[in-house]
Design a protein around this ligand. Structure first.
Ligand code: 7PJ
Length: 356
């Protein structure tokens, strides 16, 4: 049995509430209560709501570490020449260079055109450009590594050469190596280094930040009736294990980011529970990334809107992620998301401005 701490009961500002509220991961959200989950195996056996004022008395060694991580700041992310502050939500822009991606596949005639689209995303306010050459959409078929390198590397080279912070969305060590050589500065692995046994070594040797994403099952079959005893708890424990495996393989803990993997082996109900409880994951102490952009759950909740018509739903999830303190939000629609987050930021700043 152990306990996990889920921040809840968010308040506008800390003024006048000394000791009653806490700042979430050094960001722009403050919370006044914690749901203490008692975890038995892979599920919660009890939960209890405790005010922040009373939390210190309730902590053991494990939960004291979680509390320190929940309420401590996140260091800025150094990606090549770029420093990305994580005290406010940042946008990661998706650049798919796949012929079959579900939402924008096959858009580009050549690498130069793709790189130009990536540079546009950066100009529109994306802090990081996530370049992917293998579709991991539900039902997608695997891509041969040589093809993936051929698609990704020229685009990464142009974008990174132009000064953008580039991440490479891949599960394959050869693609990681080639993209890092071409100037990528972050590895985004939807398998969390489980797909290719050589990936952890490549990441450790390169010394770059690595994004570990949760998934259940392989892309081909992951949406066939996904099941969890308790989706939040299962993802938490799995990510904790993957963090331990990555550090054991020689990757610095300070170089790890985490992502609960919206849509990867999860039903609509799982995805919604995950978004509602997202702040739980901050106690793992790593920057939290989330991507719900244009995913199927939006269609499922909104008249089966096709991927190209899921902007409203994507923005709704982006704002929910910001409220829950996510540091990086991975999206297709960069200018629209940046605008939505600027409004969110204006609201937060107003609330956080003392009256006198
Ligand atoms: C994600 C991803 C995600 C991270 C994809 C799509 C499917 N990487 N790669 N998180 N999704 N870190 O873009 O809809 O949610 S591919």
């Amino acid at each position: 049995m152990r306990k996990l701490l889920r921040p809840t009961a968010f308040v506008d500002a800390p003024f006048g509430y000394d000791g009653q509220v806490a700042r979430l991961a050094g960001g722009l959200s403050w919370f006044s209560a914690v749901e203490i989950l008692t975890v038995d195996g892979q599920r919660r056996s009890a939960s209890e709501l405790v005010g922040v004022a009373d939390i210190e008395d309730r902590l053991d060694d494990d939960t004291a570490r979680q509390w320190a991580a929940l309420t401590g700041p996140r260091a800025p992310l150094q990606l090549g020449q770029r420093t990305i502050r994580l005290d406010q939500p940042q946008v990661m822009g998706i650049l798919n260079v796949t012929p079959d991606s579900f939402s924008d596949g096959g858009r580009f005639a050549d690498a130069a055109a793709a790189a130009e689209a990536g540079a546009d995303l950066a100009g529109q306010g994306a802090a990081i450009i996530d370049v992917g050459g293998e579709s991991t959409r539900p039902g997608a078929s695997p891509v041969w590594v040589g093809d993936e390198i051929e698609r990704v590397v020229p685009v990464v080279r142009i974008l990174a050469g132009g000064g953008a912070a580039v991440s490479v969305d891949t599960r394959k060590s050869e693609v990681m190596s080639a993209a890092l050589d071409a100037g990528a500065s972050l590895i985004n692995d939807v398998s969390a280094l489980t797909f290719d046994p050589r990936s952890a070594g490549v990441a450790a040797a390169a010394g770059v930040p690595v994004l570990l994403m949760h998934h259940q099952g392989e892309p081909q079959a992951m949406q066939d009736d996904p099941r969890y005893d308790d989706v939040l708890v299962a993802i938490y424990l799995w990510l904790e294990e993957r963090i331990a495996a990555a550090t054991a393989a020689g990757i610095e803990r300070s170089n790890l980011l985490i992502d609960p993997g919206f849509g990867f082996g999860k039903s609509v109900a799982h995805n919604l529970e995950l978004m509602n409880g997202l702040a739980l994951f901050h106690s793992l102490g790593c920057p939290l990334v989330i991507g719900a952009s244009r995913k199927r759950t939006i269609g499922a909740l909104a008249n089966e809107a096709p991927p190209g018509q899921r902007l409203g739903g994507s923005l709704a999830f982006a704002l929910k992620a910001a409220e829950q303190g996510a540091q990086i939000i991975r999206v297709h629609d960069v200018p629209e998301t940046v605008q939505a987050l600027r409004i969110w930021r204006g609201l937060r700043d107003q609330a956080l401005t003392p009256r006198n």
